[in-house]
Ligand binder design. Structure first.
Ligand SMILES: Cc1cc2nc3c(=O)[nH]c(=O)nc-3n(C[C@H](O)[C@H](O)[C@H](O)COP(=O)(O)O)c2cc1C
Length: 244
């Protein structure tokens, strides 16, 4: 290699290193934090979201079984498993499905109107089952949440999506399904295969298309507001004044 060729090569490498450093330094902090979150998070956890648009195709029974088995595997106070799920598939239980649909508020009915394949009433048992622990199970709602989160991840692994709705008439749902006393209805879960937002009515479509505007991992308050290390208001070793 000539002297000139060598110099050119060194200059090119120096330029590439300079460009890389410049990109790293000038990349917005938000995108760096997003990249970091991407590296740290399990890809299924990162990819999970709650669509409003679903295909009408049914979800195979084996997949539903796996999803509810996942709920069964969730942790719960004293292992009580206070969660209960009442499942209505559009094909096998059309009456129950329509009853559950009728409990949704107007806003939720607007995006569920294409009738995705599965609606689920999620409930929890208010008192402990074990007679040694009389009185209310103060962690029943917490434990339903544990089960919900676990089944959502199993669903995600199977390519199945879901969206919770607390916008529903719980009293009506309990009456329509003759739910015994001692159980509270917490949400209706809409479950199926995610579809393009194009299938939604115009106004809902816009919302759905904006859905990835979820508070980004990069947004400093996201973790600062929810996760402290060592003491209240302390994130990553650095005190945050006036934490809510
Ligand atoms: C308990 C609960 C109730 C919810 N209720 C509704 C609802 O009534 N209608 C709705 O469209 N979304 C509802 N959602 C969905 C949330 O709005 C959604 O999970 C949140 O915006 C975060 O979006 P992501 O799940 O895609 O990350 C509910 C979620 C949960 C966990």
């Amino acid at each position: 290699m000539t002297n000139m060729g060598h110099r050119l090569r060194v200059a090119r490498i120096a330029f590439a290193v300079f460009a890389l450093v410049a990109v790293l330094l000038t990349a917005p902090a938000s995108s760096r934090a997003a990249d970091r979150a991407e590296r740290l998070l399990d890809k299924d956890i990162a990819a999970r979201f709650s669509p409003r648009a679903y295909r009408r195709s049914p979800v195979a029974k084996a997949k539903l079984d796996a999803i509810f088995l996942a709920a069964h595997a969730a942790a719960s106070a004293y292992g009580e498993r206070p969660w209960r799920y009442l499942v209505a598939t559009r094909r096998e239980h059309p009456d129950a499905y329509e009853k559950l649909f009728s409990t949704l508020n107007e806003k939720n009915q607007a995006w569920v109107q294409r009738r995705p394949p599965v609606l689920i009433l999620a409930l929890y048992k208010q008192d402990y089952v074990n007679p040694k622990r009389p009185g209310p199970n103060t962690h029943a709602a917490h434990d339903l949440g544990m089960a919900d989160a676990t089944l959502a991840l199993q669903a995600q692994k199977l390519g199945v999506s879901l969206r919770h709705t607390s916008g529903f008439d719980a009293a009506k749902a309990k009456a329509l399904f003759a739910i015994p006393a001692g159980y509270e209805a917490s949400s209706v879960i809409v479950l199926g295969y995610a579809a393009s937002p194009r299938v939604l009515p115009a106004e809902r479509r816009r919302k759905e298309q904006a859905r990835r505007s979820r508070a980004p991992y990069a947004n400093p308050p996201t973790l600062a507001e929810t996760t402290f290390f060592g003491s209240w208001g302390r994130r990553g070793g650095e005190a945050v004044p006036n934490s809510p």
